[in-house]
Design a protein around this ligand. Structure first.
Ligand code: FAD
Ligand code: UDP
Length: 398
């Protein structure tokens, strides 16, 4: 009998499992239906011996000191500032749109004040900024919106930006200076030996047992645990009772080329042409030296693994119905991008997982040998973790 079953060995599951084992000395069975840890951040050496990210480029960036402090226990870091170019009108120009983007695209020599005037003359500010179209058109006007955002978003989401909540394209700023970094966070570094190595260290705790290739559907019937942290899709947990929550998926085409470098930066976006959205060249991210180079192409699709919750009001409303069920489910904590249906980056999921642990710790109180025996005496329950008597005081939904 384990104290905990943690479903999913991605950021959400691994962080909570590590905290439960190291801070509460509890026994934790971690399962994942995939054959590896690290969730979508999984990286590995491909056939050529090049470190690649199986599920697309994962760049770590954060402003949260607590997250950096926590993860630094399990990895060293290498400096890396992410830069992206967009293939627009036959040129490769910086995205986020900055001064150089505008000058190159329109053959101008504006300075920052000039770019401000250029945008001011083109902006269309609606009464209320609600959609992903509104947010971009209000910042840069329709021409740049169509060049950089409309096509990319239609490909990526299968929806027009006008059908998506503003938060999606609001991830990408506009700059009137020449800063061509994708992110401006205070901490921008990659795990020195990769994500998977960091996860291996996180999960290498006395008290943690890892079983890969195992689905919750099987363990839910078998039992053998007292409480659950669930990081899979929340609608799946509740057998799609209210209908399926939409998730967007991707097909990744991984290739290795017989040349040292293929593109000038790690990622090139294709907002106007091609069926794929972007090409990633991994050596830029990892700093690896190799005579060949490995790239991945991302083809968005509706079927396949759930990668992206789709932020739009009707999906949020459906999620809220599942969230109400989740909050009322005893002895099960829901955490992570899929379980709380949030378009979260890795640092946000790490912060959410640390907060989930804090809630668990507060709800269950200090754990001592005597306390354990007492809890076991008062809170017996068998395989169905949802049937326990212990009610949690809060949930992690962000
Ligand atoms: P996941 O990583 O999805 O882990 C959940 C795990 O649970 C999975 O391994 C899954 O197999 C397992 N699971 C699900 N259901 C079950 C079940 N029923 N039984 C057993 N196991 C189950 N974030 C950044 O910060 N920077 C980036 O550059 C970045 N790039 C990204 C690029 C892409 C293409 C994608 C898709 C995401 C990117 N992200 C990025 C986001 C990042 O992947 C997530 O924030 C993070 O991986 C979420 O962790 P998680 O544990 O919530 O979910
Ligand atoms: N986006 C776009 N053009 C770009 C880059 C981004 O239209 O060149 C939009 C698109 O809708 C995308 C969203 O902005 O899904 C967020 O981009 P980000 O690069 O953060 O996506 P992720 O890395 O999460 O896939």
């Amino acid at each position: 009998m384990y104290d905990w079953l943690v479903v999913g060995a991605g950021f959400a599951g691994a962080v909570v499992a590590e905290r439960l084992a190291s801070q509460r000395q509890e026994t934790v069975l971690v399962i994942d239906r995939r054959d590896h840890v690290a969730g979508n951040a999984f990286d590995h050496l491909d056939a050529a011996g090049i470190l690649i990210h199986r599920y697309g480029p994962h760049i770590f960036h954060t402003n949260a000191d607590q997250v950096v402090e926590y993860l630094s226990q399990f990895t060293a870091w290498r400096d890396y500032e992410h830069r992206v170019l967009a293939q627009v009108d036959g040129m490769q120009v910086p995205i986020p749109i900055n001064l150089d983007t505008i000058n190159r695209l329109y053959g101008l020599t504006l300075d920052s004040a000039g770019m401000e005037d250029f945008l001011a003359a083109r902006r269309e500010v609606p009464e209320r900024i609600e959609t992903s179209e509104d947010v971009v058109v209000a910042a840069v006007g329709r021409d740049l919106y169509e060049k950089f955002f409309q096509g990319y978003t239609r490909k990526q989401w299968g929806l027009d930006p006008s059908q998506l909540s503003k938060g999606v394209t609001a991830r990408i700023p506009t700059r009137t200076n020449r800063d061509d970094r994708y992110f401006t966070d205070s901490f921008q570094k990659m795990p020195a030996e990769g994500y998977t190595r960091m996860f291996d260290r996180m999960l290498d705790q006395p008290g943690i047992t890892l079983r890969l290739g195992v689905d919750w559907a099987k363990l839910r019937l078998e039992g053998g645990f007292r409480r659950v942290v669930f990081t899979g899709p929340v609608d799946e947990y509740f057998d799609f009772r209210f209908g399926k929550l939409p998730y967007r998926s991707l097909r990744f085409a991984h290739v290795t080329e017989d040349r040292v470098w293929a593109q000038p930066v790690a990622v090139v976006n294709y907002p106007q042409t091609e069926d794929y959205t972007r090409i990633t060249e991994y050596k830029h991210l990892t700093g690896q030296t190799h005579a060949q180079t490995s790239l991945s192409y991302e083809y968005p699709t509706d079927s396949g693994d759930p990668y992206y919750p789709v932020p739009r009001p009707e999906n949020e409303a459906l999620y809220q119905r599942y969230k109400a069920l989740a909050s009322a489910t005893a002895d099960v904590w829901f955490c992570g991008r899929l379980a709380t249906y949030r378009y979260f980056n890795m640092d946000q999921v790490t912060a959410q997982a640390l907060a989930t642990f804090a809630r668990i710790d507060a709800a269950l109180g200090p754990r001592s040998a005597a306390g354990v025996r007492q809890q076991e005496k008062h809170l017996p329950h068998g395989g169905d973790a949802t049937a326990g008597a212990m009610r949690k005081t809060g949930n992690a939904a962000g």
